[in-house]
Design a protein around this ligand. Structure first.
Ligand code: BV8
Ligand code: ZN
Length: 246
């Protein structure tokens, strides 16, 4: 326990000296809200892996199956609340002159927690996009019809999220990279750092001279390249880290 206290102390010091902070979050920050992560034991749905269903090919082949998957996640997510980790990032945003929050998550919990400067790299589960007229709208119906239709043109709607094999919105990615390129310190929270290009943002930060601190339940392929890797629950460690700023 002593080691982690010393690491928290050190991370707190670096944060106190920083004017520009960037945070990248993954599914692990929402785990304590009850959101299943992708690679934990609960990373499966009816025997399917998310990587099998969150693809344009799967949607073209069987849109009903893919919508069943997203409807299941929408129903599961609707009642869930932000946890102390999400809330600690709100306090950080209030304290740090320039704070950017970049998330891989589509669960909307950062927005619901009140994060302002938020970049959703992979979209948002409550946003839908028409496959015909490309109209994007927020829709919180739970559940949506099995094959939801666009109100404007009747075209088939899809989740407005980035599937595997799809490019991220360049404007959104550029905003994330700009924040990473200019930060003094980057926090990488609750991600297995396997999905690209999000995972490599930590290296972009390191290469421009920022300090990078990881908070995760387990080590990741990037842990050994970073300045600190705090092992533990985000809902426990993040509030402790932000307290050092008070
Ligand atoms: C692209 C939206 C290029 C959808 C998501 C082979 C090798 C390398 C790369 C590839 C490859 N084949 C394909 C690729 C590229 C691919 C990729 O990276 N694949 C991976 C699987 C290898 N990437 C893409 O396809 C991206 N696009 O590359 O386009 C391109 C170029 C030209 C032309 C066309 C295309 C698009 C990737 C975006 C995919 N969409 N989400 C949806 O959610 O339904 S990704 C999705 O999975 C999430 O958004 C998130 O990004 C990812 C899950 O990762 P994590 O968030 O890290 O979650 P995970 O469960 O893995 O880890 C949680 C961690 O938290 C764990 O470490 C755990 O220990 C920890 N934890 C748990 N509890 C806690 C905790 N930590 C703290 N506290 C706790 N309480
Ligand atoms: Zn339409």
């Amino acid at each position: 326990m002593a080691a982690i206290a010393a690491d928290l102390q050190q991370a707190g010091l670096w944060l106190t000296e920083s004017k520009r902070v960037a945070a990248l979050t993954g599914a692990g920050i929402s785990a304590e809200s009850g959101v299943p992560t992708f690679r934990g034991k609960d990373g499966l749905w009816q025997g399917f892996k998310a990587t099998d269903l969150a693809t344009p090919q799967a949607f073209a082949r069987d849109p009903k199956l893919v919508w069943n998957f997203y409807n299941w996640r929408r129903e599961l997510l609707a009642p869930l609340q932000p946890n102390p980790a999400h809330k600690a990032l709100i306090r950080l945003e209030e304290k740090i002159p320039q704070f950017s929050l970049i998330t891989q998550n589509i669960d909307d919990l950062h927005r619901r927690a009140g994060s302002k400067n938020l970049v959703e790299l992979h979209g948002n589960i409550w946003m839908v996009r028409c496959t015909r007229c490309h109209l994007v709208s927020r829709n919180e119906e739970v559940p949506l019809p099995e094959l939801p239709a666009c109100e404007e043109c009747g075209g088939l709607l899809r989740p407005h999220v980035v599937w595997f094999g799809e490019q991220l919105d360049p404007t959104i990615l550029d905003k994330a990279v700009a924040a990473i390129r200019s930060c003094d310190i980057m926090l990488v929270i609750g991600t297995s750092a396997l999905v690209q290009p999000a995972a490599s943002l930590a290296i972009v930060a390191k290469e421009q001279g920022a300090r990078v601190v990881e908070i995760n339940l387990e080590p990741t392929p990037y842990s050994h390249k970073l300045d600190l890797a705090l092992q533990g629950k985000a809902g426990v460690l993040l509030p402790q880290l932000v307290e050092r700023l008070e």
